[in-house]
Design a protein. Structure first.
Length: 444
């Protein structure tokens, strides 16, 4: 019986016993929790919003992420990929959100997010005719660039959080290293301990951080037990400049979602995503952003850190991830529960994040090398990674160009990598070996 349960967690469908499903589901929530609330904390701080509104928005963010994740798992009509994709507030919009918020206010930001979500859903319906833009060499490069772009984020968590006064302090490095060691030890076992290795590492790291006096529970004590998510906490305003800026960013997040969906399929299911899955994931992305705007939350998108978690554990069962989504919803109704996770030191997550983000990179490399690289593919890989990731690491190189160019390409190596790979794939002439490879892929 145990063997059947073990097999089920590695399959999309099938019910897993709750005692096994809940820990594996909560593992996903721990992986994305800080990333889900950080963008709102940053924007609320910049706009000097009240503490009460800030807590309301954070609570709403948990609720919206839970709803959007459930739709990805269990689609409504064509909206949703039917894949273990975890959704949350996108950090990719922070730069644009700062500019819009400072110039036009938070209401204009929400109005632009609402229209942008509709725009992304429209893009989702055209995924099939656009499929030629996303051959395996392109999607693999997007996965690789996602992994590379997240590695500095993981190291920042590892050191205690970017901008922290005690960044790099020995206690943060100790906690992060301890989490890695616990995960490595847990991975040597079989069954539940192996599958829940990330959760075990994070819990162990959290307990160590408490023992070291690194956790302040004041926010937990002050938070209420029950509160309902508040619809439209901020009124909409529609500003054309804000809408155009957000529209461009929604094109970018569509690319990232396609990469995440490919990463899930490559890393967890050992195959390429279908047109239906790509379309569903993008449609759910847009729908989640529309719902997010209605609750005053920044755009929602697929979370790459959870792609890394799937790649590490190979647990793809939708019921398992559903238990995590339900936990997100509970956090949306219980501020005290949300606060318990929000006070967790970032270095605790850092130890796990370094492993998860690196595994996204490994997944992309495995996808890229699934078929022998032709000379043409090698050239696409070299230029896309060289320029795309290079500019992502040295954004100042575009500082003299118009601001919108810098906002889109300089802050996100993923987009530049995708653009270069796509353009080269369309314009570089194909030789006989390239055409033979295309035939082989289509037959598979």
């Amino acid at each position: 019986m145990e063997e059947n349960n073990k097999d089920t967690i590695y399959q999309l469908d099938g019910t897993v016993p709750l005692k096994k499903a809940i820990p594996l589901g909560i593992q996903h929530i721990l992986a994305m929790f800080l990333g889900n609330i950080s963008p709102l904390i940053i924007i609320c701080g910049m706009l000097q919003m009240s503490g009460a509104l800030k807590m309301t928005l954070i609570q709403n963010a948990m609720f919206v992420a839970g709803v959007a994740t459930l739709i990805q798992l269990y689609p409504i009509w064509k909206v949703g990929a039917r894949l273990p994709i975890v959704m949350g507030t996108s950090s990719g919009f922070i730069g644009t959100a700062k500019a819009i918020g400072a110039s036009f206010g938070y209401g204009a930001l929400m109005g632009a997010s609402f229209i942008g979500g509709i725009f992304e859903m429209v893009l989702g319906f055209f995924i099939k005719p656009l499929r030629k833009l996303f051959p395996p060499v392109v999607t693999s490069l997007v996965i690789i660039s996602i992994g590379l772009s997240l590695l500095p984020v993981g190291i920042n968590y590892f050191g205690g959080g970017s901008g922290a006064a005690d960044f790099g302090a020995p206690n943060h490095l100790l906690v992060g290293t301890f989490v890695i060691i616990v995960i490595l030890v847990a991975k040597q076992f079989k069954g539940t301990i192996n599958n829940a290795s990330i959760l075990i590492g994070i819990v162990a790291g959290y307990l160590l951080a408490i023992c070291l006096g690194m956790v302040d529970f004041t926010q937990v004590k002050e938070a209420s037990w029950i509160a309902f998510p508040q619809l439209m906490p901020v009124g909409f305003e529609f500003n054309m400049q804000a809408i155009i800026a957000m529209g461009i960013m929604f094109v970018a997040t569509t690319v990232e979602t396609i990469g995440d969906t490919s990463g899930i399929c490559n890393g967890g299911l050992n195959r390429e995503p279908s047109i239906r899955e790509l379309q569903g994931s993008v449609l759910a992305d847009g729908f989640g952003s529309i719902v997010g705007a209605l609750f005053g939350v920044l755009p929602n998108t697929s979370f790459s850190q959870n792609v890394g978690l799937v790649t590490v554990t190979k647990v793809v069962n939708r019921f398992v991830i559903m238990t995590g989504a339900v936990f997100l919803l509970l956090c949306g109704f219980c501020p005290k529960l949300s606060a318990l996770f929000s006070v967790m030191p970032q270095s605790v997550l850092g130890g796990a994040a370094v492993i998860m983000f690196a595994m996204i990179l490994v997944s992309g490399i495995q996808s890229l090398t699934r078929q022998p690289l032709t000379e043409r593919d090698g050239l696409i890989v070299a230029l896309a990674i060289g320029i795309g990731v290079g500019i992502g690491n040295v954004p100042a190189v575009l500082a003299q160009l118009p601001e919108w160019v810098s906002n889109i390409f300089a802050q996100n190596g993923i987009i530049m990598t995708f653009v270069i790979a796509t353009v080269l794939n369309l314009i570089l002439p194909k030789r006989a070996e390239d055409k033979a490879k295309e035939v082989q892929l289509s037959e598979e």
